[in-house]
Write a protein that binds this ligand. Structure first.
Ligand code: NAD
Length: 420
């Protein structure tokens, strides 16, 4: 039997000994990878007693790859991710100069990984800047291929900027550019297909995980056709494709207008009682404020690229998890997914046995959940929870804990393994 993970009719086929490529990463990458791999292997063994096991396959990228074969991202690495569908990676140094794209961006674009998935939850014991971090439990679906990631810009003062201005002024009748001579310009594409596949993935995730709502976060009050389009297409998609699973706030507004607020409220309440997912929308600035004031109102978030950037970092900071937040980039249609630590290479602490492996570890938990090996992730998160509650953590977290007890990376790894 093949050890390759495949996808058939949109469903992953996971053998009991899947080959999973990994990129160790630069800087603290090798330390946190060694830690995470040891924990993954122990957790899989514990969960399935030998009936399942991952065959890790190292592939190169970043500085390590450049030093060995003068390429930051060899074709073999790209091909391995294409072939084996699912991979995991540590942080990579972004090459400076020389016109080399960010390696992460290259991987995302080549594999068309259109969802940047960021779950945000609080671990008891971890210091948070907000009063009730336990109320924060959200999963962010950030669009990964359009909006500013596909943004086109022209620098002020260049012939291109001038030409662009002439075009919009003379041919499109645009009159509102205040300082045309010194303006840079930017254009961003947002499409129906791109928005729909992202929002569809978010709604399907909410259905599978039995979550109460999906919120479309946008800035459609100002950018009506891009951000506003995202919202509108999202509502239409939800009502068209998920009619039996969802109730939308657009339906609520329509009922309210036609039959009054009481009827609309009754419909909303009975949808909730029937376990339907509520699809709502909120303008991004209000959303950021609301996440601080009433985070319990939000569950799954679907948003475009730039908003998603701000939202991911604020939410991670709210649970004290900016250094431990995990992430994944996924194409749910082809099955391709890369799970990753979200922090950088931390060159200031590399090689000192003090890096926190939790971000990579939790991205591994996401990976095992994606494979359907839920028992593995549960063992790991339970162990992490127990340790954090006891104040046992690497220095970056332990120093803020009232009962903090600093552990080296290697000690933390052993502690997790013994708590599995
Ligand atoms: P960074 O995340 O590497 O470091 C910021 C701070 O966080 C540092 O003080 C660092 O010590 C600390 N930190 C980061 N990870 C930690 C961990 N696991 N445990 C304990 N402390 C940790 O960000 P930076 O310094 O801006 O970037 C360094 C390099 O990483 C750059 O080359 C950058 O391009 C790259 N980078 C890569 C990724 C990625 O591959 N996903 C993401 C961000 C930055």
């Amino acid at each position: 039997m093949s050890n390759k993970i495949t996808i058939v009719n949109g469903k992953l086929n996971v053998p009991s000994n899947p080959i999973i490529p990994f990129i160790e990463g630069d800087g603290v990458g090798p330390e946190i990878w060694q830690s995470a791999k040891a924990i993954f292997d122990h957790a899989v063994e514990k969960a399935y007693q030998g009936s399942r096991k991952v065959e890790w396959k190292e592939v190169l990228a970043g500085e390590k790859s450049f030093n060995i074969n003068s390429s930051w991202l060899p074709d073999e690495t790209m091909n391995a991710f294409k072939d084996y569908l699912i991979g995991i990676k540590g942080p990579l140094t972004t090459p400076v100069g020389g016109g080399i794209r960010s390696l992460n961006v290259a991987l995302r674009q080549e594999l068309d990984l259109y969802v940047c998935l960021r779950p945000v939850r609080w671990f008891k014991g971890v210091e948070s800047p907000i009063k009730a971090p336990e109320k924060v439990n959200m999963t962010i679906f950030r669009e990964n291929t359009e909006d500013i990631y596909a943004g086109i810009e022209w620098q002020q003062g260049t012939p291109e900027a001038k030409k662009f201005y002439q075009f919009i002024a003379q041919e499109m009748g645009v009159k509102k550019v205040r300082f045309p001579e010194t303006s840079s310009f930017g254009v961003k594409p947002v499409s129906i297909e791109g928005s729909e596949r992202l929002i569809r993935a978010a709604i399907e995730y909410a259905i599978v995980h039995r979550l109460p709502s999906v919120t479309l976060v946008h800035k459609g009050n100002i950018m009506k056709f891009t951000e506003g389009g995202f919202k509108q297409w999202g509502y239409e998609l939800a009502e068209r494709e998920f009619a039996s699973n969802v109730f939308t706030m657009q339906q609520f507004d329509k009922l309210k207008k036609e039959q009054g607020v009481l009827v609309a409220k009754e419909a909303l309440n009975s949808a909730k009682a029937a376990g339907k997912i509520i699809i709502k929308d909120v303008i991004c600035d209000a959303f950021l404020q609301n996440t601080l004031l009433k985070p319990e109102e939000y569950s799954v978030i679907a948003t475009l690229n730039l908003n998603g950037d701000y939202v991911s970092d604020q939410l991670a900071a709210m649970v004290g998890g900016i250094g431990i937040a995990p992430g994944a980039n996924i194409n749910y249609l082809t099955g391709h997914a890369i799970f990753e630590a979200t922090h950088g290479t931390a060159p200031d602490i590399a090689g000192q046995d003090m890096a926190n492996p939790s971000s990579l570890l939790l991205s591994g938990v996401m990976m095992f959940d994606y494979l359907g090996w839920f028992e593995v992730g549960k063992l790991i998160t339970d162990a992490l929870e127990t340790l954090f509650q006891k104040g046992e953590a690497t220095v970056d977290l332990a120093r803020f804990m009232s009962n903090g007890h600093e552990l080296k990376t290697s000690q933390f790894t052993q502690a997790i393994i013994s708590h599995l």
